[in-house]
Each structure stands twice: as structure tokens, then as C-alpha cells.
Design a protein around this ligand. Structure first.
Ligand SMILES: C[S@@+](CC[C@H](N)C(=O)[O-])C[C@H]1O[C@@H](n2cnc3c(N)ncnc32)[C@H](O)[C@@H]1O
Length: 253
């Protein structure tokens, strides 16, 4: 096993349509613990989000947050709660094409948060007619799941849905991340796909330079606290603003 290259051939157990539904349900619910331990969203909200919403805090305007590929919805609930603690009036929407994920997400009652079983691309296609945009579009642990064509359409769709900023957060591949996760997951993994899929996710995930090579113009990629990376897009940003990107700027694989 090597971590020198992304292992894009690996499939995660939870991605199989016929995977054990009980294990899947438990896995989606237990993401709450793992995401709190490794997701780093408190830091992302503090460093990347709050300053961009200063005007909404002053005017009391409603901030709309979209979590794309929301799974069980815990990251969205956490981000919305954090923004509300900072005095913002927030409405959250979580989308995921997997109805099993939406079933888990909707089980927890969350005022001001709704969930829909759609792809980002479907929401973006409907947007010119619906006029529905979001101040903040986020995702957690989605990018590494996607093939090249899926990643391109996902990034285009999420960029078109944001009126302010998109922040995709994912694992950064590395040996230490792999070894620590192998240990960290043990107490939480019983009866779930968490350990196997988490380790596969790390093997599928990007290093910052690799992701920077394949994002389109307008996106910036940077490493974030240990073992994370962020892909950030500012709505209305001029092409070529990315700080780490492919030399030819093509965003090709
Ligand atoms: C590993 S799960 C991450 C779930 C959740 N964000 C978390 O961190 O716990 C990746 C999710 O992305 C969803 N997904 C994949 N492609 C998508 C797309 N094009 N639009 C929206 N969601 C997508 C999958 O259905 C899956 O639930």
C-alpha cells in the first residue's frame, strides 16, 4: 500500500447501492463524532466565513447556507449553530442525492434547516428559473469521492449556486493522517463502515498541490489545520485569482 499517489480505483463500502442499510445508517449517524474530531469547521467558520458575513450581522439579513452532499446533516447543523451564536440569522439547506442520507438527516429536528434529495447539479440547473442562491455553499468529505468529470460538474454547480463564497473541505492525504485515523476510528467503528471507508477515503483524497492542479480558474486551494485542505471560490472572483493552481490554468486532470 502506498500513499504516494491517489488511489482512485478504491470504492468505499457505503457507496454501494446494496450495502447493509443498518450499518450505513449507523455510519451516517456516527459521522457526527468523526466530523467533530477531524472536520475543523470551527476554525473554518472563524477564519473563512464570519468576516465575509459582517454586513449581514449589521443589517440582520438572513444568511442562507447550503451543505452539498450533507450526509447525516451534522456538519450543516454545526455550522448553522455556530453562525447563530455569532448573532446571525441563518437558514440552512442540506442536499444529498442519496435518500438514505436524507432519511438520517431529517430524523433530527433542526429549526430553520431543511433537506432535499438532489444532486448539486440538479439544483444548479433549476437555479436560473428558481432564482435560488446561497450566501455560503459548503461541503465536507465530498471531493475525494468524485471522478474527474464529476468533480468538474460539482465545482461548476456549487460555484453557480453561491452568491458569496463556496468552501469545500476535505481530507489531505498523508501517512500520518492514515496511521492516526486507523487508531482513532477503532472506538467508534464497531458495526459501521467508518474505519474501512475512512482509510479508503484517505487513500482516495488529494494533496493540496494535486487538487490545485485540477480546479478551474477562480478556485483557491490551500492546506488547512493538520490533514485538511480547502477549495475556496469567491462569487464574482476574477479568473486567475487562485493562489495554488495548475500551471496552464486549464483545471484538467
Ligand atoms: C462521505 S459522504 C460525506 C457526507 C457528509 N458531508 C459528512 O461529511 O459526513 C459524501 C456524500 O456526497 C454525496 N454526493 C456525491 N455527489 C454529489 C453531488 N453531485 N451532489 C450532492 N451530493 C453528492 C454522496 O451521496 C454522499 O452522501
Amino acid at each position: 500500500m502506498t500513499l504516494a499517489r491517489r488511489d482512485t480505483e478504491l470504492r468505499e463500502l457505503m457507496d454501494a447501492d446494496d450495502c447493509d442499510p443498518v450499518r450505513l445508517d449507523r455510519t451516517l449517524r456516527r459521522f457526527t463524532v468523526i466530523n467533530q474530531l477531524v472536520g475543523g469547521w470551527a476554525t473554518v467558520v472563524r477564519r473563512e466565513v464570519l468576516t465575509r458575513l459582517d454586513d449581514a450581522r449589521r443589517t440582520g439579513a438572513t444568511v442562507r447556507v447550503l451543505d452539498v452532499g450533507c450526509g447525516g446533516g451534522d456538519v450543516l447543523r454545526g455550522v448553522v449553530a455556530r453562525l447563530r451564536r455569532h448573532g446571525l440569522h441563518v437558514e440552512g439547506v442540506g442536499i444529498d442525492p442519496d435518500p438514505r442520507a436524507i432519511a438520517v438527516a431529517t430524523r433530527i429536528e433542526s429549526p430553520g434547516i431543511t433537506y432535499r434529495a438532489v444532486h448539486a447539479e440538479e439544483l444548479a440547473t433549476a437555479m436560473p428559473a428558481s432564482g435560488e442562491t446561497f450566501d455560503l455553499v459548503i461541503s465536507n468529505h465530498v471531493l475525494h469521492h468524485l471522478t474527474g468529470p464529476q468533480r468538474r460538474s460539482f465545482l461548476a454547480a456549487t460555484a453557480s449556486l453561491a452568491s458569496r463564497v463556496v468552501i469545500h473541505s476535505d481530507i489531505r492525504r498523508g501517512r500520518l493522517a492514515y496511521m492516526l485515523y486507523a487508531l482513532l476510528a477503532i472506538p467508534f467503528a464497531r458495526g459501521t463502515f467508518l474505519r474501512v471507508d475512512g482509510l479508503r477515503s484517505i487513500r482516495r483524497s488529494y494533496r493540496a498541490g494535486e487538487l490545485a492542479e485540477v480546479v478551474p480558474r477562480g478556485w483557491r486551494v490551500r492546506p488547512s489545520r493538520p490533514f485538511r485542505l480547502l477549495a475556496v471560490y469567491e462569487a464574482g472572483s476574477a479568473p486567475g485569482r487562485s493562489s495554488q493552481r495548475g500551471r496552464d490554468g486549464s483545471g484538467r486532470d
